[in-house]
Write a protein that binds this ligand. Structure first.
Ligand SMILES: Cc1cc2nc3c(=O)[nH]c(=O)nc-3n(C[C@H](O)[C@H](O)[C@H](O)COP(=O)(O)O)c2cc1C
Length: 202
C-alpha cells in the first residue's frame, strides 16, 4: 500500500472549486486507508510567482558561488523538488481555465522541472530522474473535452510528468459542469466513483 500522497490544488474558487471538491473526496478516501499520509499544497494560496530570469539564472550558478538572493531563489525550487521526491503518489486537482491549466500549476511545474535535477538531456532525448512515482489527474471542466484533441490539459500534464520520469498517470474527469441539466450532478457522481476505484488500487 502506498502511503504518501501529495495533493496539489489550483482552483481560484478555493473551497467552492469543483476540483477542490474532488480533491477533498480523494483525501477522505485515502485517509480512511491504513498508513496513508496526505500533504496538501494549495498552489493558489501559495502564490508562486512566474519563473523569471533571476530565478532561472540562480539554478546555473554553482552552490558555493551563489549570492544570498540566489540561495533563496534556489531554495524555493529545491523545497518543491524535495517534496515531490518525498511522496509516492502525486495528485493534481486541475480546473480548466481558458482551455489550459491554471498558471499557478504551471508555476509549480516551472519550479520542479529542472534540467540536471529532475530530468537530464541525453543524446536520446530527455531522461526523467524522478523514479517510482505515479500520478493522478482530477480534472474539472465546464465543457466536455476528454478523449478529443480539444483536451489541451491532459496531454500537456502527461508530457511534463513524463519528462521527469512519472509515466504512470490516471485521469478522472468531471466534465460538462457548466452545461446545465443534470450534467454537473452526474459528472461529479461519476468522478467520485472513479476516485473510489482508483484509491482502492493505490
Ligand atoms: C476564468 C475561467 C475560465 C474558464 N475557462 C473554461 C474553459 O476554457 N473551458 C471549460 O470547459 N470551462 C472553463 N471554465 C469553467 C471551469 O472549468 C469550471 O468552472 C471548473 O469547475 C473549474 O474548476 P474549479 O471549480 O475547481 O475552479 C472556466 C472558469 C473560469 C473561472
Amino acid at each position: 500500500m502506498t502511503n504518501r500522497v501529495l495533493m496539489l490544488t489550483a482552483s481560484i474558487l478555493a473551497e467552492n472549486g469543483q476540483s477542490k471538491a474532488l480533491a477533498d473526496h480523494f483525501i477522505a478516501r485515502t485517509e480512511a486507508c491504513d498508513g496513508v499520509e496526505v500533504t496538501h499544497r494549495d498552489l493558489v494560496a501559495e502564490e508562486l510567482p512566474h519563473l523569471g530570469l533571476a530565478e532561472l539564472g540562480s539554478w546555473q550558478v554553482p552552490a558555493e558561488e551563489r549570492s544570498d538572493e540566489q540561495r533563496e531563489l534556489v531554495a524555493r525550487s529545491d523545497a518543491l523538488i524535495a517534496e515531490l521526491h518525498d511522496h509516492d503518489v502525486i495528485v493534481l486537482a486541475v480546473p480548466m481555465y481558458n482551455l489550459g491549466i491554471p498558471s499557478q500549476l504551471k508555476a509549480w511545474f516551472d519550479r520542479v522541472m529542472r534540467a540536471g535535477v529532475t530530468f537530464r538531456y541525453t543524446e536520446n532525448g530527455p531522461q526523467g530522474l524522478v523514479e517510482g512515482k505515479r500520478a493522478v489527474i482530477l480534472a474539472a471542466r465546464g465543457g466536455q473535452y476528454a478523449g478529443t484533441e480539444k483536451d489541451t490539459q491532459t496531454p500537456h500534464l502527461k508530457l511534463m510528468l513524463g519528462m521527469m520520469g512519472i509515466t504512470e498517470v490516471d485521469s478522472v474527469f468531471a466534465e460538462g459542469l457548466n452545461m446545465g441539466g443534470n450534467h454537473r450532478e452526474n459528472a461529479l457522481k461519476e468522478a467520485r466513483q472513479a476516485i473510489d476505484g482508483l484509491v482502492e488500487r493505490l
